[in-house]
Write a protein that binds this ligand. Structure first.
Ligand SMILES: [Mg+2]
Ligand SMILES: [Zn+2]
Length: 224
């Protein structure tokens, strides 16, 4: 039987051209943000702690967050990629260890508001206090806020070919769950260091081309 393609995509730095969460707290948090991020990369603190520190030390309004988000650009090839997946009925889910409010704002602005997003949640308390909620934390590896490994195991069905596209350390738990892995930047380095096979990509143009190759391979095996 032909395998059905299911796609999971990271948001920050993968769909968006910049890591929005990182840029947001880098700009607004009253904390030594580089050190917080380094501690996270070194495994000293979880991403739940990272965002909790970020939110507690940041005082901006929802409007300001939206203004900041509206200036973020996305990979110009993501929309054609998404349209192709929709046309082929490949489910595509944004799987993020970032915060849902800015992700949904940016996708909405791009006319991509229909895409399912699984992420940590961001709310506002009063005028200018951000508060992050981690509904999936306990179910995951306890290092991620929203563990992508847990989410893929939870959402995959028999006979599916799981494609994962990512760029960073928060994608590490997705790696063993992916049948086809696309990696760039920090995730690419991680794969190279650990001898993990991956497809290199710079934009979703590369991902789309590779998916078309995979389709041809899948239809060959189907005919056998
Ligand atoms: Mg990322
Ligand atoms: Zn994890």
């Amino acid at each position: 039987m032909k395998k059905k393609i299911k796609i999971f995509v990271d948001f920050d730095g993968t769909i968006s051209m910049t890591d929005v969460g990182d840029a947001l707290f880098q700009k607004y948090a009253d904390a030594d943000w580089d050190k917080v991020v380094q501690d996270w990369k070194d495994g000293k603190i979880s991403s739940r702690e990272v965002f909790t520190i970020g939110c507690e030390s940041t005082h901006i309004s929802r409007e300001e967050l939206f203004r900041f988000s509206d200036a973020i650009e996305i990979d110009p090839f993501f929309k054609p990629f998404f349209n192709y997946c929709r046309q082929k009925s490949y489910p595509l889910t944004v799987l993020s260890d970032g915060l849902d409010l800015y992700i949904k704002r940016i996708l909405d602005k791009e006319g991509l508001g229909e895409i399912e997003v699984i992420a940590n949640e961001l709310t506002f308390v009063g005028e200018n206090k951000m508060h992050a909620i981690f509904p999936y934390y306990e179910k995951g590896c306890l290092v991620c806020g929203n563990c992508k490994g847990y989410q893929i195991r939870e959402h995959r069905e028999d006979g599916e070919l799981i494609v994962y596209v990512g760029d960073g350390y928060s994608d590490r738990c997705a790696v063993p769950e992916a049948d086809v892995l696309f990696a760039k930047d920090d995730l690419k380095d991680y794969c190279l260091e650990n001898g993990i096979y991956f497809h290199n990509f710079n934009s979703f143009k590369d991902v789309l081309e590779e998916i078309k190759k995979i389709e041809r391979e899948l239809s060959k095996t189907e005919k056998k």
